[in-house]
Design a protein around this ligand. Structure first.
Ligand SMILES: Cc1ncc(COP(=O)(O)O)c(C=O)c1O
Length: 432
């Protein structure tokens, strides 16, 4: 292949991806979102080429007077949004935020309690991921499958018995708030800390429809900035505990980041401003949509295991698709129809079922951002039934999905690029 052929190939791949995922698919992946046009414009800056090791105003590199300003503004805006004292925005992902906090609270050989993997713990909480890489021992909290939540009484006993360094709450499938207060009381009584990973629900917390774990007794929270919170991909740590803040701020660099990907910061600041303005309306609609969608799928004939609990209080829910041939088959058939979601372990699955688990995980946050309301999700439930229950050809249903998606192209609950800025901008076309 000549260099020119390579370039054409690259452009073709990018074009195919952009068209497919941005304009032709319905995205129900619970961990993704799309930034507003203004945040996207603020993402493409010269900052993507720069380094700024260290804290604002105390950098190891020259050239940072404006990156210092934007980083301080991000810290201020997010601490206002979350009503907390300290925000550390340098982790470049939720996983890096977790690594920083875990390593500060425990050393290799120490013990940590986590939610069970089948109940939605993120891989970074586990012995297979970041916790394991740090040499910290994983012990699973007891889980109540009927209530889809941590079993508080048994968890308190386990905390007293194990006396861990810390307990991690929060998960990647998370329909009902974890019992932060009860766990924090038990943990604090044995000198343990509580880390609450709110990666999935950050935008619901800033929208005031989900409890803020710091206000309920957690010592420190970690998060991604790009799931229900519709910012650039990245991570944050927040807390009201000055000692924890100082420790993580001293160690995120140099332990886990050098360059903290500065171009995230202006886009994160724009998203924070948007969430201060539109965040409550957005979050309420996300949850209303999730409840209406789960109910509609149930009416179409699907099994929603949390039906008797009111389906969900978050952006996400799971569907038990064993009657439709299991999670792997269902997710692939839907992808062929341009409906994108992921297969997921359900609490009764053994960990080795990860490649073909019982469930699908569904999130409404991104399509809510593109303007979908309850009735639109009801229509989508019918298209899903056509593929998975009626056995229609996914290629045929795909045509209807592409038509359907045409109604939801513009990002809501955010800002456009103003005209005067368009004129002065270096043109950065999205390849379509
Ligand atoms: C609960 C939870 N924590 C952490 C992460 C990791 O976040 P990131 O992908 O930003 O590293 C995820 C990712 O999906 C998650 O679900």
């Amino acid at each position: 292949m000549s260099m020119n052929q390579n370039l054409s190939k690259i452009i073709e791949i990018v074009r195919n991806h952009n068209r497919w995922r941005r304009f032709e698919c319905v995205n129900l992946i619970a961990s993704e979102n799309t930034m507003s046009p203004l945040a996207e414009a603020a993402y493409f800056t010269d900052m993507m080429h720069r380094y700024a090791e260290g804290k604002p105003r105390k950098r190891y590199y020259q050239g940072n007077k404006f990156t210092d300003e934007i980083e301080l503004l991000v810290m201020d805006l997010i601490s206002r949004l979350l009503e907390v004292e300290f925000v550390e925005p340098r982790p470049i992902s939720g996983t890096i935020a977790n690594a920083t906090v875990f390593r500060n609270l425990a050393s290799p050989g120490d013990k940590a309690l986590i939610a069970p993997v089948q109940a939605g713990a993120h891989v970074s909480h586990t012995k297979f991921g970041t916790l394991g890489a740090l040499g910290i021992q994983q012990i699973e909290l007891p889980y109540d499958v009927e209530r889809w939540n941590i079993d508080v009484d048994r968890a308190v006993k386990l905390i007293e018995e194990v006396r861990p360094k810390f307990v991690t709450l929060g998960a990647s499938v998370y329909m009902f708030p974890h019992p932060t207060k009860e766990i924090a009381d038990a943990a604090h009584a044995v000198g343990a800390k509580v880390v609450h990973d709110v990666a999935h629900v950050l935008g619901l917390i800033t929208g005031k429809v989900w409890p803020n774990p710091i206000h309920e007794g957690a010592d420190v929270a970690t998060s991604s900035t790009h799931k229900t919170f519709p910012g650039p991909q990245g991570g944050i740590i927040f807390t009201n505990d000055k000692a924890i803040y100082k420790a993580v701020s001293k160690t995120v660099f140099p332990w886990f980041v050098s360059n903290h990907h500065l171009h995230r910061l202006p886009a994160l600041a724009v998203t924070a401003v948007e969430m201060l303005k539109f965040g409550e309306e957005y979050a309420r609609q996300v949850v209303r949509n999730a409840q209406a969608f789960a109910e509609a799928l149930s009416q179409e004939g699907f099994k929603i295991p949390t039906e008797n609990l009111g389906y969900t209080k978050s952006h996400a829910f799971v569907v038990d698709v064993r009657p439709q041939g299991g999670g792997a088959k269902a997710a692939k058939l839907l992808e062929d129809a341009n409906i994108i979601l992921n297969k997921n372990l359900l609490p009764w699955d053994p960990p080795e079922a990860v490649k073909d688990p019982s469930g699908l995980r569904i999130g409404t946050q991104e399509m809510t951002r593109f303007g979908m309301k309850e009735d639109d999700f009801r229509e989508l439930a019918k298209l899903i039934r056509e593929v998975l229950i009626d056995g229609k050809d996914p290629g045929e249903v795909r045509k209807k999905v592409v038509e359907f998606r045409r109604n939801f192209i513009e990002v809501k609950y955010g800002y456009d690029v103003p005209e005067d800025l368009m004129k002065s901008a270096i043109k950065v076309p999205m390849i379509l």
